[in-house]
Ligand binder design. Structure first.
Ligand SMILES: *Cc1c(COP(=O)(O)O)cnc(C)c1O
Length: 230
């Protein structure tokens, strides 16, 4: 079994090397970045292997898939939600997760707040920004972000920690730069933020250079996703 999962060790070595390079190029220390393992379609044994190797943060896209794997996960890892979230599914993730990175509407924020209150919990959230203005993607428009943050900040049982984005892959460097600017503007003019979640397999090094402090990696760690086995 361990041998079979050896590719994860190899992939992680490469990722850690690249992360180290990008951090040192930006004059940052290792503890200024968290590596998230994105688990969609990945069997729990492979996820747990990454946890054993020291990856302490998991990213979940789908509530149902998470529910089917949750019990098998190594419980030492922290879990964040990163996918499109319907309000009627919030109840399944409030307890087991420590952050919801994909908040893009007041309606969703209200529901998270309501259920967090019922759990006597303060839920950390990030606002997802559709930085490329792509129709196919969720996330709030950059021009509407400030208003959304102000509304969400009124809610007692959520704590706004920062921003998350998936830039258009074809122009990722440009949009990573725009996201960095937006994050800095909000932090200085609207409210203090401490998390900028951006960078996936194809652009994590560039994202780190643009100030990301959570990179979310799936295929680079676990290999190509096999949707047929899900
Ligand atoms: C799938 C996914 C990732 C990881 O993408 P890879 O290209 O496989 O690294 C990161 N963030 C979100 C929100 C995702 O859905």
């Amino acid at each position: 079994m361990d041998n079979e999962l050896g590719y994860i060790d190899e992939n992680l070595k490469v990722i850690r090397y690249n992360i180290g390079e990008a951090l040192s190029r930006s004059g940052r220390t290792e503890d200024s970045l968290r590596l998230m393992a994105v688990t969609k379609t990945v069997p729990p044994e492979a996820v747990n292997h990454a946890v054993e190797l020291g990856v302490s943060l998991l990213g979940e896209n789908r509530v149902q898939e998470f529910q089917s794997k949750q019990e098998a996960y190594d419980s030492s890892a922290e879990v964040h939600f990163i996918g499109h979230l319907q309000t009627n599914k919030v109840k399944y993730i409030i307890r087991p997760m420590t952050m919801i990175q994909s908040v893009d509407s007041l309606k969703l924020g209200n529901e998270i707040n309501r259920l967090a209150k019922a759990e006597n919990k303060i839920m950390d959230i990030l606002c997802e920004v559709n930085i490329g203005g792509e129709e196919s993607k969720s996330g709030t428009a950059p021009g509407k972000l400030r208003e959304l943050l102000e509304q969400l900040s009124q809610l007692d049982n959520i704590r706004i920690r920062g921003l998350m984005t998936i830039p258009p892959p074809s122009d990722s460097d440009l949009f990573l730069g725009r996201m960095e600017e937006l994050y800095n503007t909000i932090s200085t003019q609207v409210m203090p933020l401490d998390i900028l979640s951006m960078g996936m397999t194809h652009d994590y090094a560039a994202a780190i250079l643009h100030g990301s402090n959570i990179v979310r990696i799936g295929t680079g760690l676990f290999g190509a996703r096999d949707y047929s086995k899900k």
